[in-house]
Write a protein that binds this ligand. Structure first.
Ligand SMILES: Nc1ncnc2c1ncn2[C@@H]1O[C@H](COP(=O)(O)OP(=O)(O)O)[C@@H](O)[C@H]1O
Ligand SMILES: Cc1cn([C@H]2C[C@H](O)[C@@H](COP(=O)(O)O)O2)c(=O)[nH]c1=O
Ligand SMILES: [Zn+2]
Length: 212
Protein backbone atom coordinates (compact mmCIF):
# COMPACT_ATOMS: atom_id res chain seq x y z
CA UNK A 1 0.00 0.00 0.00
CA UNK A 2 1.19 3.51 -0.80
CA UNK A 3 2.17 5.49 2.29
CA UNK A 4 2.52 9.22 1.80
CA UNK A 5 6.17 10.33 2.07
CA UNK A 6 5.25 13.80 3.45
CA UNK A 7 1.56 14.18 4.04
CA UNK A 8 2.01 17.59 5.67
CA UNK A 9 3.74 20.42 3.87
CA UNK A 10 5.73 21.83 6.77
CA UNK A 11 8.32 24.56 6.11
CA UNK A 12 10.90 21.74 6.06
CA UNK A 13 9.30 19.74 3.28
CA UNK A 14 7.25 22.29 1.34
CA UNK A 15 8.01 20.65 -1.96
CA UNK A 16 5.55 19.19 -4.40
CA UNK A 17 5.67 15.91 -6.27
CA UNK A 18 3.75 13.76 -8.76
CA UNK A 19 2.18 10.38 -7.99
CA UNK A 20 0.71 8.20 -10.77
CA UNK A 21 -1.81 5.43 -10.11
CA UNK A 22 -2.31 3.33 -13.24
CA UNK A 23 -3.56 -0.03 -14.46
CA UNK A 24 -6.37 -1.64 -16.42
CA UNK A 25 -10.07 -0.95 -16.03
CA UNK A 26 -11.55 -2.18 -12.70
CA UNK A 27 -8.06 -2.29 -11.14
CA UNK A 28 -8.99 0.18 -8.39
CA UNK A 29 -7.32 3.34 -9.75
CA UNK A 30 -10.23 5.58 -8.75
CA UNK A 31 -10.61 3.87 -5.37
CA UNK A 32 -6.92 4.46 -4.68
CA UNK A 33 -7.18 8.10 -5.79
CA UNK A 34 -10.17 8.56 -3.47
CA UNK A 35 -8.33 6.84 -0.59
CA UNK A 36 -5.33 9.16 -0.93
CA UNK A 37 -7.50 12.26 -1.26
CA UNK A 38 -9.60 11.34 1.78
CA UNK A 39 -6.44 10.90 3.88
CA UNK A 40 -5.19 14.30 2.73
CA UNK A 41 -8.52 15.82 3.80
CA UNK A 42 -8.21 14.13 7.20
CA UNK A 43 -4.81 15.85 7.45
CA UNK A 44 -6.73 19.13 6.89
CA UNK A 45 -5.22 19.69 3.47
CA UNK A 46 -6.95 21.68 0.75
CA UNK A 47 -7.77 19.29 -2.08
CA UNK A 48 -9.02 19.91 -5.63
CA UNK A 49 -9.98 17.05 -7.97
CA UNK A 50 -10.36 17.27 -11.73
CA UNK A 51 -11.52 14.94 -14.44
CA UNK A 52 -11.88 15.37 -18.20
CA UNK A 53 -15.30 16.72 -19.13
CA UNK A 54 -15.86 13.84 -21.58
CA UNK A 55 -16.01 11.32 -18.72
CA UNK A 56 -19.59 11.69 -17.52
CA UNK A 57 -20.33 7.97 -17.05
CA UNK A 58 -21.44 8.01 -13.42
CA UNK A 59 -21.83 11.60 -12.35
CA UNK A 60 -20.96 14.96 -13.89
CA UNK A 61 -19.35 16.47 -10.77
CA UNK A 62 -18.07 13.43 -8.89
CA UNK A 63 -15.21 11.03 -9.35
CA UNK A 64 -16.95 7.68 -8.76
CA UNK A 65 -15.35 4.25 -8.50
CA UNK A 66 -16.93 1.02 -9.77
CA UNK A 67 -17.90 0.19 -6.18
CA UNK A 68 -19.70 3.54 -5.84
CA UNK A 69 -17.13 5.36 -3.69
CA UNK A 70 -17.24 9.06 -4.66
CA UNK A 71 -15.66 12.48 -4.11
CA UNK A 72 -16.53 15.88 -5.57
CA UNK A 73 -14.62 16.88 -8.67
CA UNK A 74 -14.49 19.59 -11.32
CA UNK A 75 -14.91 18.40 -14.92
CA UNK A 76 -12.64 20.39 -17.24
CA UNK A 77 -12.52 20.46 -21.05
CA UNK A 78 -8.72 20.78 -21.24
CA UNK A 79 -5.61 20.53 -19.07
CA UNK A 80 -5.13 24.33 -19.07
CA UNK A 81 -8.48 24.70 -17.29
CA UNK A 82 -6.96 22.92 -14.29
CA UNK A 83 -4.49 25.79 -13.77
CA UNK A 84 -7.34 28.32 -14.11
CA UNK A 85 -9.41 26.50 -11.48
CA UNK A 86 -6.67 26.16 -8.86
CA UNK A 87 -6.99 28.46 -5.90
CA UNK A 88 -5.08 27.76 -2.72
CA UNK A 89 -4.58 24.03 -2.48
CA UNK A 90 -2.15 21.44 -1.19
CA UNK A 91 -3.24 18.42 -3.22
CA UNK A 92 -4.55 18.12 -6.78
CA UNK A 93 -6.17 14.85 -7.88
CA UNK A 94 -6.65 14.11 -11.57
CA UNK A 95 -8.77 11.12 -12.66
CA UNK A 96 -9.02 9.51 -16.12
CA UNK A 97 -5.80 11.31 -17.08
CA UNK A 98 -5.46 9.22 -20.26
CA UNK A 99 -8.20 11.37 -21.82
CA UNK A 100 -6.39 14.66 -21.26
CA UNK A 101 -4.35 16.44 -23.93
CA UNK A 102 -0.53 16.31 -23.72
CA UNK A 103 -0.60 19.65 -21.83
CA UNK A 104 -1.49 17.66 -18.70
CA UNK A 105 2.20 16.76 -18.40
CA UNK A 106 3.38 20.37 -18.10
CA UNK A 107 0.39 21.23 -15.93
CA UNK A 108 1.31 18.43 -13.50
CA UNK A 109 4.96 19.53 -13.46
CA UNK A 110 3.95 23.18 -12.94
CA UNK A 111 1.69 22.26 -10.01
CA UNK A 112 4.34 20.05 -8.40
CA UNK A 113 6.93 22.83 -8.83
CA UNK A 114 4.56 25.18 -7.02
CA UNK A 115 4.71 22.83 -4.02
CA UNK A 116 1.51 20.89 -4.72
CA UNK A 117 1.14 17.12 -4.34
CA UNK A 118 -0.31 15.92 -7.66
CA UNK A 119 -2.06 12.53 -7.75
CA UNK A 120 -2.81 11.34 -11.29
CA UNK A 121 -4.93 8.26 -12.00
CA UNK A 122 -5.46 6.74 -15.43
CA UNK A 123 -5.31 3.81 -17.81
CA UNK A 124 -1.74 2.91 -18.70
CA UNK A 125 -2.87 0.99 -21.82
CA UNK A 126 -5.76 1.13 -24.24
CA UNK A 127 -7.81 -1.87 -25.40
CA UNK A 128 -5.04 -2.78 -27.87
CA UNK A 129 -2.39 -2.91 -25.15
CA UNK A 130 -0.84 0.34 -26.41
CA UNK A 131 0.27 3.18 -24.09
CA UNK A 132 -2.66 5.54 -23.54
CA UNK A 133 -2.28 9.29 -24.29
CA UNK A 134 -0.11 11.25 -21.85
CA UNK A 135 0.13 8.39 -19.32
CA UNK A 136 3.60 7.02 -20.24
CA UNK A 137 5.09 10.52 -20.07
CA UNK A 138 3.39 11.18 -16.74
CA UNK A 139 4.77 7.90 -15.39
CA UNK A 140 8.25 9.00 -16.47
CA UNK A 141 8.16 12.38 -14.73
CA UNK A 142 6.39 11.14 -11.56
CA UNK A 143 8.28 10.59 -8.33
CA UNK A 144 5.98 7.68 -7.45
CA UNK A 145 4.21 5.22 -9.77
CA UNK A 146 1.76 2.64 -8.44
CA UNK A 147 0.46 -0.08 -10.77
CA UNK A 148 -2.79 -1.59 -9.58
CA UNK A 149 -4.43 -4.73 -10.99
CA UNK A 150 -7.92 -6.06 -11.49
CA UNK A 151 -8.85 -9.76 -11.38
CA UNK A 152 -8.96 -11.59 -14.71
CA UNK A 153 -12.61 -12.43 -15.38
CA UNK A 154 -11.59 -15.58 -17.27
CA UNK A 155 -9.10 -17.30 -14.94
CA UNK A 156 -8.95 -15.28 -11.71
CA UNK A 157 -5.31 -14.30 -12.12
CA UNK A 158 -4.02 -10.72 -11.88
CA UNK A 159 -5.43 -8.68 -14.77
CA UNK A 160 -3.27 -6.18 -16.62
CA UNK A 161 -5.30 -5.60 -19.82
CA UNK A 162 -8.67 -4.06 -20.70
CA UNK A 163 -10.25 -6.26 -23.35
CA UNK A 164 -12.89 -4.52 -25.47
CA UNK A 165 -15.95 -6.68 -26.16
CA UNK A 166 -17.35 -4.67 -29.06
CA UNK A 167 -15.69 -4.17 -32.40
CA UNK A 168 -14.48 -0.59 -32.77
CA UNK A 169 -11.08 0.77 -33.73
CA UNK A 170 -11.76 4.09 -32.02
CA UNK A 171 -9.27 4.74 -29.24
CA UNK A 172 -11.95 6.33 -27.06
CA UNK A 173 -15.13 4.37 -26.45
CA UNK A 174 -16.59 5.12 -23.02
CA UNK A 175 -18.15 2.17 -21.24
CA UNK A 176 -18.30 -0.34 -18.45
CA UNK A 177 -18.55 -4.13 -18.01
CA UNK A 178 -20.82 -4.33 -21.03
CA UNK A 179 -17.96 -3.18 -23.27
CA UNK A 180 -14.75 -4.05 -21.39
CA UNK A 181 -13.41 -6.86 -19.24
CA UNK A 182 -10.12 -7.09 -17.39
CA UNK A 183 -7.87 -9.97 -18.49
CA UNK A 184 -4.48 -11.33 -17.46
CA UNK A 185 -1.62 -11.51 -19.97
CA UNK A 186 -2.28 -15.16 -20.82
CA UNK A 187 -6.01 -14.72 -21.41
CA UNK A 188 -5.59 -11.41 -23.28
CA UNK A 189 -3.19 -12.96 -25.79
CA UNK A 190 -5.11 -16.25 -26.01
CA UNK A 191 -6.93 -17.08 -29.24
CA UNK A 192 -9.76 -18.38 -27.07
CA UNK A 193 -10.59 -15.05 -25.45
CA UNK A 194 -14.28 -14.03 -25.66
CA UNK A 195 -15.38 -13.09 -29.13
CA UNK A 196 -15.80 -9.43 -29.91
CA UNK A 197 -19.47 -8.57 -30.37
CA UNK A 198 -20.52 -6.95 -33.61
CA UNK A 199 -20.23 -3.21 -33.24
CA UNK A 200 -23.29 -1.62 -31.65
CA UNK A 201 -24.32 1.77 -32.98
CA UNK A 202 -22.94 4.48 -30.71
CA UNK A 203 -25.77 6.25 -28.91
CA UNK A 204 -23.88 9.49 -28.44
CA UNK A 205 -20.99 11.17 -30.14
CA UNK A 206 -19.49 14.13 -28.28
CA UNK A 207 -16.43 15.65 -29.95
CA UNK A 208 -15.76 12.39 -31.72
CA UNK A 209 -16.16 10.38 -28.52
CA UNK A 210 -18.41 7.37 -28.85
CA UNK A 211 -20.50 6.46 -25.87
CA UNK A 212 -22.14 3.05 -26.21
N1 LIG B 1 -12.68 -8.07 -12.42
C1 LIG B 1 -12.57 -7.21 -11.40
N2 LIG B 1 -11.43 -7.13 -10.69
C2 LIG B 1 -11.33 -6.28 -9.64
N3 LIG B 1 -12.32 -5.43 -9.26
C3 LIG B 1 -13.47 -5.44 -9.94
C4 LIG B 1 -13.65 -6.33 -11.04
N4 LIG B 1 -14.89 -6.11 -11.54
C5 LIG B 1 -15.45 -5.14 -10.78
N5 LIG B 1 -14.61 -4.73 -9.82
C6 LIG B 1 -14.90 -3.66 -8.85
O1 LIG B 1 -14.21 -2.50 -9.27
C7 LIG B 1 -13.71 -1.83 -8.12
C8 LIG B 1 -12.60 -0.88 -8.55
O2 LIG B 1 -13.22 0.21 -9.18
P1 LIG B 1 -12.43 1.51 -9.62
O3 LIG B 1 -11.62 2.05 -8.49
O4 LIG B 1 -13.45 2.43 -10.21
O5 LIG B 1 -11.47 0.94 -10.75
P2 LIG B 1 -10.78 1.69 -11.96
O6 LIG B 1 -10.80 3.17 -11.67
O7 LIG B 1 -9.39 1.15 -12.02
O8 LIG B 1 -11.59 1.31 -13.18
C9 LIG B 1 -13.30 -2.97 -7.22
O9 LIG B 1 -13.23 -2.59 -5.86
C10 LIG B 1 -14.44 -3.96 -7.43
O10 LIG B 1 -15.52 -3.67 -6.57
C1 LIG C 1 -9.40 0.41 -22.46
C2 LIG C 1 -10.13 1.63 -22.93
C3 LIG C 1 -11.04 2.25 -22.10
N1 LIG C 1 -11.70 3.35 -22.53
C4 LIG C 1 -12.66 4.02 -21.65
C5 LIG C 1 -13.67 3.13 -21.00
C6 LIG C 1 -13.99 3.87 -19.72
O1 LIG C 1 -15.01 4.83 -20.04
C7 LIG C 1 -12.69 4.59 -19.39
C8 LIG C 1 -11.85 3.90 -18.33
O2 LIG C 1 -12.49 3.95 -17.09
P1 LIG C 1 -11.90 3.25 -15.76
O3 LIG C 1 -12.13 4.28 -14.71
O4 LIG C 1 -10.45 2.96 -15.97
O5 LIG C 1 -12.71 2.03 -15.55
O6 LIG C 1 -11.94 4.60 -20.59
C9 LIG C 1 -11.46 3.88 -23.79
O7 LIG C 1 -12.04 4.89 -24.18
N2 LIG C 1 -10.56 3.25 -24.62
C10 LIG C 1 -9.88 2.15 -24.24
O8 LIG C 1 -9.05 1.62 -25.03
ZN1 LIG D 1 -6.67 -14.89 -17.18
Amino acid sequence: MFIEPNIRNTPHNSTGWIEVVCGSMFSGKTEELIRRVKRAKIAKQQVAIFKPAIDTRFHARHVVSHNANAVMSTPVPSSQEILKNIDKCDVVGIDEAQFFDEGIIDVSIELANRGIRVIVAGLDMDFQGKPFGPMPHLMAVAEYVTKVHAICVTCGDIAHYSHRLVSSDEKVVLGEQDIYEPLCRKCYYSDEKPEVKVSSTPTENVNGVHKN
